[in-house]
Design a protein around this ligand. Structure first.
Ligand code: AMP
Length: 377
């Protein structure tokens, strides 16, 4: 049985690694001839807009899924005329455009930021008047890792962004004074069965995820239930199959939805060692219509992203229950090239293990030394 995956980055790489024990084969489509999955699976190099290549790609596949949410919806729809495509292309459509995403949250009664669409420079003042300052101006499409975002704190910032106005459809959101950032990974099978991982606490630097702690420290039952309720609403509305990630701001004990990704997610990498079933295996089970695996999470995990550089492997592996993942990508600044997961019985032990990490990690970029961000819960 061969699964087609659109996108051939590290998420696809880890999907394949999770699928091999289940006897699955994989064929990837990616425009880059350097896509890391080339090391371990069949890789087709073609543009997502090349319909002839897409038709050739789907031939003989059981189904198609994706590891990259900016695949053109048209490509997903084109494939869906040949083989099942999960998650449904409607989920891509909702998640690719921040305005669609906010409207979906609003329609489902999910708390989110206030927002206004800004299609040209002349509309910015009215949007600022509606939303107030501070605010965040974001491109509606193709934003990731904090790219295509401008924080507007004062009227001077508004004037500055007007001078060099981005040539793209934009959205203005109110700036949320959050206590911490959390995310939930949820999974729904083709039969409608659902499972949820615990909320994870995420720390970013320069707009890029650097550290996740799972479960989030001081996570109480009502917050977890609130996260699951939000996820359940979206999964049901989209008749979803696969893993869905939702990112939240936590404000005074409440969740405010920021964005979602219709795929496995960086803040779920800890689940490879930290949960009974990883997000990658559960995504495959879900899209294949197989029973979902347990998301039981004994103990606590920390996931540290390796951005553009890698540590001495032996120094990481010397720490008990430390796990190193390298994606086989060439080292370039700002590029996610691997991650490390540390596992411990409880938060106290985990903090001890974080302190045992080699000097390479003991830097502000890794959000170390780690202090739980929220004491208010
Ligand atoms: P995003 O691409 O929407 O995930 O934004 C990247 C990061 O920017 C988030 O993880 C937050 O740290 C920050 N951010 C985004 N939107 C807002 C907002 N409305 N208020 C405050 N911080 C934000």
């Amino acid at each position: 049985m061969t699964i087609g995956i659109l996108g051939g980055g590290q998420l696809g790489y880890m999907l394949a690694l999770a699928g091999y024990p289940l006897g699955l084969h994989f064929r990837f489509l990616d425009p880059s001839p350097e896509a890391p999955v080339g090391r371990i699976a069949q890789r087709v190099t073609a543009e997502y807009t090349d319909e002839e290549a897409l038709e050739k790609f789907v031939s003989g596949l059981e189904l198609v899924t994706y590891e990259f949410e900016n695949v053109p919806v048209r490509a997903a729809r084109c494939m869906a005329t040949h083989v099942p495509v999960y998650p449904p292309p409607e989920a891509l459509e909702a998640a690719q455009d921040r305005l669609n995403e906010k409207r979906l949250f609003e329609k489902l009664g999910i708390a989110t930021t206030s927002f206004a669409d800004v299609n040209k420079q002349a509309e910015l003042d009215a949007a600022v008047k509606k939303i107030g300052l501070p605010a965040v101006l974001k491109t509606r499409r193709m934003g990731y890792d904090g790219k295509g975002q401008w924080v507007l704190r004062t009227q001077d910032d508004v004037a500055a962004v007007k001078k060099d106005f981005p040539n793209a459809a934009l959205i203005l959101e109110n700036f949320v004074e959050f206590q911490r950032e959390l995310s939930i990974l949820a999974v729904r099978g083709r039969s409608g069965e659902t499972a949820f991982y615990p909320l994870v606490e995420n720390h970013h630097r320069g707009g890029i995820l650097r550290l996740s702690i799972a479960p989030a420290p001081k996570l109480n039952k009502s917050l977890q239930e609130a996260g699951e309720r939000v996820a359940q609403k979206i999964l049901q509305e989209l008749n979803y199959a696969g893993v869905l990630a939702i990112e939240f701001f936590e404000c005074n004990g409440e969740l405010v939805a920021n964005e979602m990704a219709p795929r496995v997610h960086n803040s779920g990498h800890w689940s490879i060692e930290g949960s009974a079933t990883s997000q990658f295996e559960n995504h495959l089970r879900a899209v294949l219509g197989m029973p979902l695996g347990s998301t039981a999470t004994p103990g606590v995990s920390a996931m540290l992203n390796l951005i553009g550089e890698t540590p001495e492997a032996a120094e990481v592996l010397a720490i008990p229950d430390a796990h190193l993942h390298l994606y086989g990508k060439s080292l370039r600044p700002g590029r996610k090239v691997g991650h490390v997961t540390l596992r411990a019985a409880n938060l106290e032990e985990l903090l001890k293990k974080l302190r045992m990490l080699p000097a390479f990690f003991q830097r502000e970029e890794f959000c170390l030394p780690f202090k739980p961000a929220c004491t208010a819960v």
